[in-house]
Design a protein around this ligand. Structure first.
Ligand code: UDP
Ligand code: MG
Length: 366
């Protein structure tokens, strides 16, 4: 691939946006007036996919893509950059189309409306081809220069390298304090100890996030899913810059969402295949409470001459009984859902890493 430097010498037209010139010439046309060899056509299948969610980032897109290309061209890997426009209402889509016309490795997905950062990252992963996947923010708070470092770390034998914004440049305590508490909590609950779940820039091998489906605010929990798939997860300090253009899209309500997502992740991790263990366990506990309080009420009635209506025990017993039965029934419904999930899609409840002496056509993971 031609180097950025060469391209800069070649271009004739530039659009100047926020003072940063960006060549409008497609590499294919650029080469017509030069002695440089034409770019490989069709482009080689990318090994590295960079995935970037974009929501109202009109001033950040062009400088980001320039910085990114400068870095990616120093890496000896075929790459693609997938920019997902999450229903932007500003000029982001226009900027994105300019970038796509400029360089064919920049690919654009446009959502019909705003679906959120997690959905945008998921769409990028679904449409990507690379063996290595690196999501990062489009607000230039993440630094493209960290990409080669993340790749080096992956090459040391890891499947997931998670960025850690040690020197975080988000000013207020309201943002950094809850994040610190959240990281401790998520590490404790999930058993995957990371300092910075919220950092978008991370590197994954495709094999360990194969089949991951993300909802809500769950992109931050991908390392946990990968860990369940048997991946080796590590972290690497990355740079973090203050936002220059545009506004943060999140407020304090993110705390509530992340907390609820964490409950879902914990539930799915532990009980997805056997939900009756959770619902049924709780149900049996409630039934025990019911029998104990009912029994004690009867004991008081016959041996202590205390009327049944003098203590709340009979009421507690009846309520606990009903809750217990309901919980067990819910567990049974959940068991049916799990069976539908696995059997309707031909999935299995286990993951095979490899097989030996089986015919090659045998799919290890149906
Ligand atoms: N983003 C998105 N959809 C949304 C909200 C945010 O695609 O609904 C993108 C946004 O453009 C940015 C990234 O997600 O690239 C992180 O958002 P932001 O910078 O607002 O989060 P913060 O850094 O403040 O946590
Ligand atoms: Mg940001």
């Amino acid at each position: 691939m031609t180097s950025t430097l060469n391209l800069f010498f070649l271009f004739k037209e530039t659009i100047v946006y926020t003072g940063i010139p960006i060549p409008l010439i497609h590499p294919h046309t650029a080469n017509q007036d030069s002695s440089l060899p034409p770019p490989p056509h069709p482009l080689p299948t990318p090994t590295l996919s960079v995935i970037i969610p974009v929501y109202n980032e009109e001033d950040n897109i062009l400088p980001l893509c320039q910085d990114l290309l400068a870095v990616l061209e120093t890496i000896a890997l075929p790459f693609e950059v997938i920019l997902v426009d999450d229903g932007s209402l500003d000029q982001s889509q226009k900027r994105l189309q300019e970038v796509a016309a400029w360089h064919p490795s920049f690919k654009i997905i446009r959502f019909r409306r705003n679906f959120g950062q997690t959905a945008a990252i998921m769409a990028g992963i679904d449409h990507s081809l690379g063996e290595i996947i690196i999501p990062m923010d489009s607000d230039r708070q993440n630094d493209p220069k960290d990409i080669p470092r993340l790749l080096d770390k992956l090459n040391q034998g890891y499947d997931v390298v998670s960025g850690w914004r040690k020197e975080r440049k988000d000013n207020s305590l309201i943002r950094t304090m809850p994040s610190r508490i959240a990281n401790r909590l998520i590490s404790k609950i999930s058993g995957v100890v990371l300092h910075d779940y919220g950092c978008t820039i991370k590197a994954y091998r495709r094999s360990v996030i194969h089949g991951v489906k993300l909802y809500g605010e769950m992109h931050r929990f991908i390392p946990i899913y990968a860990h369940w798939m048997g991946a080796s997860v590590t972290e690497l300090e990355v740079s973090h810059h203050a936002r220059e253009f545009g506004l943060s899209k999140y407020g304090l309500n993110r705390i509530v969402k992340v907390t609820l997502d964490l409950i879902v992740v914990k539930f799915l991790g532990k009980y997805f295949v056997k939900p009756i263990y959770l619902f049924g366990g709780f149900g049996l506990f409630a039934l025990l409470i019911s029998f104990l309080s009912g029994g004690y009420a009867v004991y008081l009635k016959f041996f202590e001459d205390t009327s049944l209506i003098k203590t709340p025990l009979p009421l507690a017993s009846v309520m606990a009984f009903m809750i217990g039965i309901m919980a067990i029934l819910l567990g049974l419904v959940a068991e049916m859902l799990v069976r539908t999930y696995f059997e309707s899609q031909g999935r299995s409840a286990y993951l095979v890493q490899s097989t030996t002496n089986f015919p090659p056509a045998d799919d290890a993971n149906p």
